[in-house]
Design a protein. Structure first.
Length: 318
């Protein structure tokens, strides 16, 4: 039993390292995975930040609130959206390794090997999770540096909560990506899907425009996306310190209005969620995706064999 466990563990580690090397080997894919959130950050610093600042200034009495506090709210909202979107887009991008293996018929080699198919699937998920964490933490480090320069209002507890949320958000995104990419037959089709997701998910989660601006209907629709709760936790951690400072000079109603404007607390069908509510929803999404992946595992295995078999037939005829 122990020997079998060691063999499975060794196979899992080797396959995970193999998948990581395949992803990292494509330097352009790694570059663009990191470039996308950096572009959003650049656009915010160059243009979007000033637009949000002007809107926030008009909502408070002139000269009553320091610009540094207003900037901290807008900066925290921006970084929250970037981190939440990065978790999703990177997880899907890394999962392209599994699609490429199916496309080239390599999955047939795994099927004929003594390695359990569950080990193969877990290795794909593990490599996706590791890469998603790595790139998201790079963005988090850049965000911390930026916030330290522009205005820092986080305490130690909030910093650790942000780090913990990265681990949880990356796990939820990895499981979603594993489920989503299992239905793609080619990397070119997956590339188109990644482009659509990258453009749409930022708006749906309130990363580029506050959800309150898009209307109540959009806020309610966003509740079906796990990334909404991920962004909500980030926003609560990044923005609450500045809001607490504002409460010293503004009525609590005004501070609450600003928090609602930037969806610091997710509007769950009329109920304002605290960060621990959002954390529970993220955990629930992890459980849901695990159950769904387990239920669909036989279907996905059949699809993989059919695709791999078709590919091998085309190769043999050639």
């Amino acid at each position: 039993m122990t020997e079998k466990f060691i063999l499975h563990g060794n196979a899992f580690c080797r396959l995970t390292v193999r998948n990581l090397k395949l992803f990292l080997k494509d330097k352009m894919q790694v570059f663009f995975s990191l470039l996308a959130p950096l572009i959003v950050l650049f656009l915010y610093v160059a243009f979007l930040g000033d637009v949000q600042m002007d809107g926030l200034r008009s909502a408070v009495p002139e000269g009553l609130v320091d610009d540094n506090l207003l900037r901290a709210v807008v900066d925290g909202w921006m970084m929250s959206g970037i981190l939440a979107v990065t978790c999703i887009t990177v997880a899907i991008s890394v999962s392209s390794v599994a699609v490429a293996d199916n496309e080239r018929g390599i999955s047939c080699d795994f099927d004929s090997s003594p390695v359990s198919q569950s080990i193969v699937r877990f290795s794909y998920m593990a490599s996706s999770y590791i890469c998603t964490l790595a790139i998201t933490f790079i963005m988090l480090a850049i965000g911390f540096i930026y916030l330290a320069i522009s205005g820092w209002y986080l305490d130690a507890g909030q910093v650790f909560a942000v780090i913990g949320n990265v681990f949880l958000s990356a796990l939820s995104s990895t499981l979603f990506a594993t489920l989503a990419v299992s239905f793609f037959r080619s990397t070119s089709a997956l590339g188109g899907f990644i482009g659509i997701v990258s453009a749409a998910v930022g708006f749906l989660m309130g990363a580029y425009i506050p959800l309150s601006v898009l209307g109540t209907g959009m806020e309610y629709f966003a509740c079906i996306l796990p990334g909404t709760y991920s962004a909500g936790i980030f926003r609560d951690m990044f923005i609450s310190g500045a809001l607490n400072e504002m409460a010293n000079v503004l009525p609590q109603e005004a501070v609450t209005a600003i928090a609602n404007e930037y969806s610091v607390n997710v509007n769950f069908f009329g109920i304002r969620f605290q960060s621990w509510h959002s954390a529970l929803m993220l955990i629930a999404s992890v459980v849901f995706f695990v159950i769904l992946l387990a239920a669909l595992s036989p279907v996905m295995a059949k699809m993989r064999r059919e695709r791999g078999g078709g590919k091998r037939k085309r190769i043999s005829k050639a």
